[in-house]
Design a protein around this ligand. Structure first.
Ligand code: ADP
Length: 488
C-alpha cells in the first residue's frame, strides 16, 4: 500500500501547533507497519534558514494560478532518523517568508494564503505524478490541503496516476477552515459550477475545509468525542450539517505522542532525566524551572500552561479567576504566544505578582520541555479541544493535568473522583461545564490533593504508566486505508 501524506507543517521543519507534531510522527509509525509512505509539505523560508540536509531533485512542476504559470521545485529530505521521505515544494514567492500562515509575531494572515495553498494542492499532485508514486491513498490534513480532494475528484480524476487513489481528510481543528472571497475561484482553475452551497461555497465564500470534507472518501478527526461534537451546532463552526451528512464516513482516531521526543527518561532538553520508578530528577527540573523563570525555589505547587494564546484554550476562564488564583499558595508559569490582548493581560499579571507568576510570550520548544518536566500541574481548560497533545506530554512527565472535559481531553483524562486515593485509571482532574467557578473549584481540589505527597505520587505514576504512543493511532489509520482500498 502506498500513501502520500500532505501537511502544511511537519516537525522538525515547521510548526505552529499540534498538526506538525502528528505529521512528523504518524508517518514513521505507519511506515513501521510496512506501508510505503511519503510526506509532502511547502519549503518555507525558515526551513531554508535552518539548513536541513535537503537535496534538490530534478523534478519541477508547473501550476496555473489564474492566468499565470507558477513553478515549483521539488526538494527531498527525510524525517530525522528515519527512512520516511519528505518532499518539499519550493516556490520562493509563496513560501520564501519567515511565517507559515501569518506575519511573524502577529496574528495577521498573509493576504495571499488562498493562492499559496491553491498552488500547494496542485503542485503536490503534480509532484506525486512526476515521482510516479501511484498512491492508493492521498491523506490530506486540514484546510491547507482542502482543495486536493476536489482536484482529485474533478480535473485530476482521469489521470493514470490517480486512477485507484482514495482520499482521506483529517480534521485537526475545525476552527480553521481557510475561508476566502469567492473570486479566488478564478485562481483555482476549477469549474464555477462547483461553487454551490453543497460543495465549495460557504455563505458566499470559498471554503477550503468544507470542500475537502465534501470531496474526500473518508474523513477522520483526532478524537472520538470531537468527532461527535463537531456534528452539533455548538462545536460545528458552521459545518455541523456538512459533517452530519458525512456521519457514516466520519471517524475519530485519537492522536498519540512521539515518545522518542517526549520522554523524561531520555529528553535531552531537560536538566535531569527521570521516570516513574525514580522521580528524583523531576524535583531538579522543578528547581531549574523556578530558577530560569526567576521564581522562588520553593516546595509550592507549580501550575503551568503551554498554549497558543487564543480563546479556544479557555484563557478567559483563567483570566476571570486570576485574582482568586493568586490568593492560593501556588506558582504559575505560562508559555505562549498569540492574541495581543492575552499578551498584555499575562504580562500585567507577571508584573503584579512577580514572586508567583512568570510568563514567556514566545514559541520556544526548549522551554516547553522544561515546563513539562518542572511543573506539578498542567492546566488545559479548553473551550474545545480536538485532541490536545500537551495533556498527553504532561501525563508522561508526571505533571498532572487539570482539563475541561471536551474533545480529546475527555477521551484521555480520567478524573480522580471523590475518593481519597486515586483509582487505577485516574490520571488527572476534569470539570465538565465551561465555567470559571468550576475551573477554580477544580484547581482548589487539585492543590489540596497535592498536599498528600504519597497520593500525589500515585496519581503521577498512574499517568506516567499509560501508553499514548502513536502506534495505536497508526494501526487505526491503516485499518481505514485498507477499508478504503476495499471500497469501504
Ligand atoms: P494546538 O494544536 O491546538 O495548538 P495541541 O495541544 O494539539 O494544541 O498542540 C500544541 C503543540 O504546540 C504542543 O506540542 C505544544 O507543546 C506546542 N506549543 C504551543 N505553544 C507553544 C509555545 N509557545 N512554545 C512551544 N511550544 C508550544
Amino acid at each position: 500500500m502506498r500513501v502520500a501524506y500532505l501537511s502544511s507543517e511537519v516537525i522538525p521543519f515547521a510548526k505552529t501547533g499540534g498538526l506538525a507534531d502528528i505529521a512528523g510522527a504518524i508517518p514513521k509509525s505507519i511506515q513501521k507497519q510496512g506501508v510505503e509512505i511519503i510526506v509532502i509539505m511547502p519549503l518555507y523560508g525558515i526551513i531554508k534558514e535552518n539548513h536541513y540536509p535537503l537535496t534538490k531533485t530534478d523534478i519541477q512542476v508547473e501550476v496555473r494560478i489564474g492566468d499565470t504559470l507558477r513553478t515549483g521545485y521539488v526538494y527531498r529530505g527525510f524525517l530525522p532518523d528515519t527512512q520516511v521521505p519528505v518532499y518539499f515544494l519550493d516556490n520562493d514567492q509563496y513560501y520564501g517568508r519567515k511565517g507559515l500562515y501569518n506575519y511573524p509575531c502577529t496574528t495577521k494572515d498573509y493576504e495571499d494564503n488562498s493562492e499559496r495553498f491553491i498552488f500547494f494542492a496542485q503542485a503536490a499532485l503534480k509532484a506525486i505524478e512526476k515521482l510516479k508514486i501511484f498512491p492508493d491513498i492521498v491523506h490530506c490534513n486540514d484546510w491547507q490541503t482542502g482543495l486536493v480532494p476536489v482536484y482529485l475528484k474533478t480535473t485530476y480524476a482521469k489521470r493514470g496516476c490517480f486512477k485507484n487513489t482514495k482520499i482521506m481528510m483529517t480534521i485537526h481543528n475545525l476552527a480553521y477552515q481557510g475561508i476566502f472571497w469567492h473570486w479566488d475561484m478564478n485562481l483555482t482553475g476549477l469549474d464555477w459550477s462547483l461553487f454551490n452551497w453543497k460543495q465549495l461555497e460557504f455563505y458566499g465564500k470559498l471554503n477550503f475545509l468544507k470542500s475537502g470534507i465534501v470531496f474526500s472518501d473518508l474523513i477522520t478527526t483526532v478524537s472520538k468525542t470531537y468527532a461527535k461534537e463537531i456534528q452539533t451546532p455548538e462545536y460545528g463552526a458552521g459545518l455541523d450539517s456538512v459533517l452530519k451528512e458525512r456521519a457514516k464516513d466520519l471517524y475519530g482516531i485519537i492522536n498519540g505522542i512521539d515518545y522518542t521526543i517526549w520522554n523524561p527518561e531520555t529528553d535531552k532538553l531537560i536538566i535531569a532525566n527521570y521516570g516513574r520508578k525514580d522521580l528524583r530528577g523531576k524535583l531538579l527540573c522543578k528547581r531549574a524551572l523556578q530558577n530560569k523563570f526567576k521564581l522562588p525555589e520553593k516546595d509550592i505547587p507549580l501550575v503551568a500552561m503551554i498554549t497558543r494564546l487564543t480563546a479556544q484554550k479557555g484563557l478567559d476562564l483563567v483570566v476571570d479567576k486570576f485574582q482568586d488564583l493568586m490568593k492560593i499558595n501556588l506558582q504559575f508559569i505560562l508559555l505562549g504566544n498569540g492574541e495581543q490582548r492575552y499578551h498584555k493581560l499575562f504580562q500585567d499579571y507577571a508584573k503584579a505578582f512577580p514572586s508567583k507568576v512568570a510568563v514567556k510570550l514566545a514559541f520556544d520548544e526548549r522551554s516547553a520541555h522544561e515546563i513539562e518536566a518542572g511543573a506539578d500541574i498542567f492546566l488545559m481548560p479548553s473551550r474545545f479541544e480536538p485532541c490536545g497533545l500537551n495533556q498527553l506530554y504532561s501525563l508522561k512527565y508526571g505533571t498532572v493535568p487539570i482539563v475541561r472535559g471536551t474533545g480529546g481531553l475527555a477521551d484521555t483524562i480520567t478524573d480522580i473522583g471523590s475518593r481519597a486515593a486515586p483509582h487505577k485509571e485516574a490520571n488527572g482532574f476534569l470539570f465538565e461545564k465551561y465555567d470559571s467557578d468550576l475551573l477554580m473549584a477544580t484547581i482548589v481540589k487539585a492543590i489540596d490533593f497535592f498536599k498528600n505527597k504519597i497520593r500525589w505520587a500515585e496519581l503521577m505514576r498512574n499517568g506516567m504508566a499509560q501508553d499514548w504512543s502513536l502506534e495505536r493511532s497508526a494501526l487505526e489509520y491503516i485499518a481505514l486505508y485498507k477499508r478504503l482500498g476495499e471500497g469501504k
